[in-house]
Design a protein around this ligand. Structure first.
Ligand SMILES: Nc1nc2c(ncn2[C@@H]2O[C@H](COP(=O)(O)OP(=O)(O)O)[C@@H](O)[C@H]2O)c(=O)[nH]1
Ligand SMILES: [Mg+2]
Length: 1149
């Protein structure tokens, strides 16, 4: 039997020690294999002697392994947890291996273990050996429990108790607090441990500066021996002893360490600071001393004798007195704290401040709040910046401004007995933050006495300030007590206002008027444009917020607490609903509501119509028919009719749209002249949010006439792609028969030509005498006018009836007023006489007009943008949004003048322009500018205006030209470039070996395409300095015309010319080179692509059949090599489509 038991023990032990056995139930399965009597024998306590030695090893082995299951079973079976095995006790083994849950289990089985100091220390040692942080804490905790309430720790330290070597190995972070117990166990080792919290100041390089972070260590008494380490000598400059349990501190700490600069003793239980004793106070090198939150009741003069001290905080003590407790005849010694910059004595029980403080001639910050001061000490000469005297009983303030006018920034006098705002405070010119809350103030000083020009924050809460509007009150007076007869009369109640100095409007950012006696929000507050924070809560009599508060546009935090606003009624809802909204949201809502009321939005029913079309199609006739006005005496570049009502009668308005009464839409109509020279300048006038009438003569349905319509359509597409276009066919009266068929045919032809453009069609007799079809046209205009939308943010709104601030309408009226003189001005401009007033405004001039308007709300750039957009939509001014040309600075008031100015350049006689190249000099343009009434000063803008519409393009002087300084700057007028091919074909042998081509097949050639392209290329070729393409600039000889560009340089030629591909008008680039010099190609292609994108976006879209409008071909260079013949018969070669819009061509060899 015994053998069986022994072998069973061996077997189990082997099982436990075998690292390969893992399963949690493994041990139990092993037990189940054994006979019950064997198991009993293994753990039986009866005959302990018979128990085999090996059985004792089982529990320690399971502990080492960390097998909780096995440990539990062994304990249940009766294994003794206190048995000491070879490697130590089970607890120690579990601890050294870090098995916390097993330690827990073992202790719950044998709680007595914790009573034994040896066990606990032994385990702590093991935990330290194993570096198990949790277990070290665990055992330290038990050690604490053991030693609580026993001998004071200091005895241990002094008794030279043996050094437990392991303590040195305790990782620093494991010990959060040094309790009595730990210190007891560790004895002098405390020194070593404390040393672990001494860091060197890394910022100092030359000299080692040590900082002792001995805060929050639960230290009860400071022991001088702690500092006796040679390393600290002259190096320990910073000691933090805050949040410990000191009741006293040794004298040497304050006075005996000359190198100590920083000492923090806050949050201890110190009742008294040691006096200087034998040493001289001068020896102290302390710069920073903090003894807040202790139990000091009195401060001796010595603390104020430290000559180096800059910061002293004694806040949150119970100090009642500073200095000697005076007996008769005693003289208080002079203080020496001349370096002191900050002194904090708040939260004490002082009744006065000693006058000796005036030696602190560098004091910047003095905090004495929450004491019992009845008066403030006399000010003295020092750069005081921050002064906190709040929560005292001060009733008088001496003349602080005499010394601190230029320095005091923050002054807190709240919760004192001032009862009025002292005059001296109003004189503090540098004051930024003034707290006068809860000081019993009833009224403000006269607004002229204030000189606090820097004040940004003012707290006047919890006073007795009154604000009330004038009103009548009904008084009922009875004739006698209990008498039924009475008289009633009205009594006038005087208004009471708060008047703040005017500069508050620009400076003040935060104002607190809460808990006063306000019945209304003061008018003066509504003027403070920069206010961000306003507190009016606790004034229950306020029931109305004035609309003028909308002027507080920076306000983000309006605190109204529980006051109930009844007026305006829109706000009442907001105030009575218990909403979850935060203050910012609420403030925003209030501001929005008030703003809407204040701005007085008005409904705008204005629209702009622009009529375009070739000349002699009947536009001007149509204008007369629509508006009922007489034929204008002079047919101008733009015929303008403002405020036309178009007389929508019942016949017109079939579909009534709610809220849009039919009659009151006001139209501004521009009839733009359509001849070629004007076509170039149309782009200046076309704006979005406009109804376009494309007028065409229905008798002219041939291709050529249709062609003429195209540039107009393309112009609209380029400038106002979303605006509706009504195609108005005129001269319908010419067809007496077959009218319907002709109309259908015309529409079909029209649709074919402009496949991707949306039109509504109408046919009319444009002459006022007949006005046939005009009603249909009016109906269409009405429908478009009432359904046109605009985008604002992410939403779409109906244009007509949109709400516009009154100030916008004001501005419009002002500007229209200025236009009354227009006919005279136009005549002057025509005659070249300086126009006055100018028919355009600069940014500054517009701003000045806006500024002059009273009560306007156009302030931010965004609002200016909005008003300009509105004015543009109404046709009051023309503004060209173009940042590249900086034209945004100009606002044109008269379309007629603008049109005349622009067309003057286009009309330049051929003799004025350099014959071949369409080039004009700067002086010529300057003359034109003056003649247009643009004025000398605005020549730059004049040039920009011309450049923006590519009426002129500036050429930069080439290298050669710039050598001669007197050479005037030149400008190209693309539309004035000569016609014809600009080169002579090379005759005879082609000297160039290499050739590269690109083709652009285009659905149509839009107006101005060629002239713009060649002008742009010409300008940039000179600008770009072709040197970068290794082309010698000196030898460049560019020739341009309306139809092409030709450059011959040293190495070869560049040609850009029109061609035909499959009947489509196309463009061809040819580069010839002796030496494979083809880099300019990329540059040319870039220009073409850019031009297409910027001016002719319609070409970048697909045709209706899905083919691209522009197809780019790259002819195969090898085939091109062999193909020496230069004719334009490109048919009959094989196409290999390559990418979506580029096709490679391979010539048939
Ligand atoms: N019979 C007829 N003549 C028209 C019609 N529209 C215009 N006209 C005539 O065509 C000429 C040119 O008209 P106008 O309005 O000056 O064309 P605009 O250059 O487009 O402004 C004038 O003599 C008109 O009388 C029309 O619908 N029917
Ligand atoms: Mg006309």
């Amino acid at each position: 039997m015994e053998e069986n038991i022994e072998s069973a023990a061996d077997q189990l032990l082997q099982y436990i020690q075998d690292p390969d056995n893992f399963s949690p139930e493994g041990f139990v399965q092993q037990l189940e294999l054994l006979a019950p009597e064997v198991i009993q024998g293994l753990f039986s306590t009866d005959n302990a002697n018979r128990r085999p030695e090996r059985a004792k090893e089982l529990l320690p082995a399971a502990c080492e392994r960390g097998d909780l299951e096995a440990v539990v079973w062994l304990l249940v079976m009766g294994a003794d947890p206190s048995v000491i095995a070879q490697k130590g006790s089970s607890l120690e083994i579990a601890t050294v291996h870090g098995h916390a849950e097993i330690v827990d289990k073992l202790i719950s089985w044998n709680e007595g273990a914790l009573e034994s100091r040896d066990t606990v220390i032994g385990c702590l040692r093991k935990a330290c050996e194993g570096h198990h942080r949790e277990l070290i804490k665990f055992w330290l905790g038990h050690l604490n429990n053991l030693y609580l309430y026993k001998e004071p720790w200091s005895n241990f330290v002094r008794n030279n108790s043996p050094l437990p070597g392991y303590a040195l190995r305790v990782p620093k972070h494991c010990i959060q607090q040094l309790s009595d117990a730990v210190i007891q166990v560790m004895g002098e080792t405390v020194q070593h441990i404390l040393e672990a919290w001494v860091d060197s100041d890394e910022e100092e390089v030359d000299e080692e500066r040590l900082c002792a972070h001995w805060n929050s260590k639960n230290l009860p008494l400071f022991d001088e021996t702690w500092l006796q380490r040679p390393r600290y000598n002259t190096h320990l400059v910073h000691i933090d002893l805050s949040q410990n349990a000191f009741k006293t501190i040794p004298e040497m700490l304050l006075w005996g360490i000359p190198w100590l600069e920083y000492l923090d003793l806050s949050d201890n239980l110190i009742t008294e600071l040691p006096d200087v004793g034998q040493t001289e106070p001068d020896q102290s090198g302390l710069i920073y001393l903090k003894v807040t939150s202790n139990k000091l009741t009195y401060i001796s003069n010595d603390v104020f004798m430290m000559p180096q001290l800059q910061m002293l905080s004694l806040a949150r003590n119970k100090i009642t007195f500073i200095g000697l407790i005076e007996q008769e005849g005693d003289v208080q010694p002079e203080w020496k704290c001349t370096s002191l910059q900050e002194l904090n004595l708040s939260f004490n029980e002082l009744t006065c401040l000693p006058e000796r403080l005036s030696v602190a001639s560098r004091l910047k910050r003095l905090e004495v709040s929450n004491n019992h001061l009845e008066e403030m000490t006399k000010p003295w000469h020092c750069p005081m910046e921050i002064l906190d005297l709040s929560h005292n009983a001060i009733s008088e303030i001496p003349d602080v401004h005499v010394y601190w006018r230029q320095s005091l920034r923050i002054l807190n006098l709240s919760s004192n007995n001032l009862r009025r705002i002292p005059h001296t405070i109003c004189q503090l010119t540098m004051l930024e933050n003034l707290d006068l809350s809860n000081t019993g103030i009833r009224r403000l000083p006269d607004k002229d006495t204030w000189k606090t020009f820097s004040l940004a924050k003012l707290d006047l809460s919890a006073n007795h300030l009154v604000v009330r509007k004038a009103k009548m009150r009904k008084i009922t007076r009875y004739y006698g007590f209990g008498s039924p007869s009475f008289t009633q009369y009205w009594e006038y109640i005087e208004p009471v206002e708060l008047s703040f100095p005017d500069y508050f409007d620009k400076k003040l950012k935060a104002l607190n008027l809460s808990y006063n006696d306000l019945h209304d929000v003061p008018d003066s507050v509504c003027q403070m444009r920069h206010l961000q924070y306003l507190d009016i809560q606790g004034n229950p009599c306020i029931t109305c917020l004035p609309d003028q508060m909308a002027a507080l546009r920076d306000l983000v935090n309006l605190k109204f607490g529980s006051i109930q606003i009844k007026h305006p009624s829109e706000l009442a809802k907001l105030f009575c609903q218990p909403t979850e909204r935060n203050v910012e949201d609420k403030t925003h809502l209030v501001k929005q509501t008030l703003r809407k009321r204040f701005l007085q939005y008005e409904v705008c029913r204005e629209m702009k119509i622009i009529m375009v079309g070739p000349s002699q199609t009947g536009k001007t006739e149509l204008l007369c028919s629509l508006t009922g006005i007489e034929w204008p005496q002079s047919d101008l570049g733009v015929n303008v009719v403002s405020k036309a009502s178009l007389n929508f009668d019942k016949k017109v308005v079939i579909k009534r749209i709610i809220n849009t009464p039919r009659k009151d839409i006001q139209f501004t109509i521009w009839d733009l002249k359509g001849s070629d020279e004007y076509l170039v300048i149309h782009q200046a006038f076309l704006t979005p949010h406009t109804i376009y009438l494309l007028v065409w003569d229905m008798t002219k349905r041939d291709d050529e006439s249709m062609e003429k319509l195209e540039p107009h359509v393309l112009n609209i597409k380029a400038r106002a792609p979303l605006s509706p276009i009504i195609a108005v066919g005129t001269h319908i009266d010419r067809y007496k028969h077959n009218r319907q068929q002709i109309v259908t045919e015309s529409i079909a032809a029209f649709s074919r030509k402009f496949q991707d453009t949306d039109f509504t069609f109408v046919e009319v007799d444009a002459r006022p005498v007949s006005s046939e079809g005009i009603i249909d046209l009016k109906r269409m205009i009405y429908n478009h006018a009432t359904t046109m939308t605009y985008m604002k943010g992410p939403h779409r709104y109906i244009m007509l009836g949109r709400e516009v601030p009154r100030s916008f309408i004001h501005l419009k009226e002002q500007l229209s007023h200025a236009q009354e003189n227009l006919p005279v001005q136009r005549q002057h401009a025509q005659d070249g006489v300086p126009v006055s007033p100018k028919p355009f405004l600069t940014e500054a001039e517009l701003a000045a007009i806006i500024e002059r308007m009273s009560g306007n709300f156009i302030e931010t750039t965004k609002e200016v943008e909005q008003v300009v957009e509105y004015l543009q939509d109404c046709g009051t001014l023309i503004h060209i949004q173009d940042y590249t040309y900086k034209l945004t600075r100009l606002y044109f008031l008269d379309p007629v003048w603008l049109s005349n100015t622009l067309v003057k350049v286009v009309r330049l006689k051929n003799s004025d322009i350099n014959e071949h190249q369409g080039i004009v000099t700067e002086s010529q343009l300057r003359r034109l500018s003056v003649a247009s009434g643009f004025g000398e000063h605005n020549f730059k803008e004049y040039l920009q205006l011309l450049a923006r519409f590519e009426i002129t393009l500036s050429t930069i002087k080439s290298c050669r030209e710039s050598c001669s300084l007197n050479e005037p700057r030149k400008y190209i007028i693309p539309s004035a470039l000569p016609y014809g091919r600009p080169w002579i074909e090379t005759i005879g042998d082609n000297p160039y070996k290499h050739k590269l081509m690109r083709w652009y097949q285009m659905a149509y050639t839009p107006p101005g395409f060629w002239s713009r392209l060649v002008a742009r290329l010409l300008v940039s070729i000179k600008q770009q300095d072709l040197n970068q393409f290794r082309i010698q600039l000196e030898h460049i000889l560019p020739c341009v015309s309306q139809e092409g560009l030709f450059i011959r340089h040293d190495d070869g030629e560049i040609k850009i010319e029109p061609m035909q591909i499959f009947n489509d008008p196309s463009l061809r680039i040819i580069l010839l080179s002796k030496d494979n010099l083809f880099s300019p190609l990329g540059f040319i292609v870039d220009h073409i692509e850019k031009l297409l994108k910027e001016w002719y976006p319609g070409l970048t879209k697909n045709r209706l059949d899905g083919r691209p409008r522009v197809i780019r071909y790259i002819p195969c260079p090898v085939c091109v090599q062999n193909f020496q013949n230069n004719t334009s018969d490109e048919e009959g070669h094989q196409q290999i489509p390559k990418t979506k819009d580029t096709t490679f061509l391979r010539w048939k060899s």
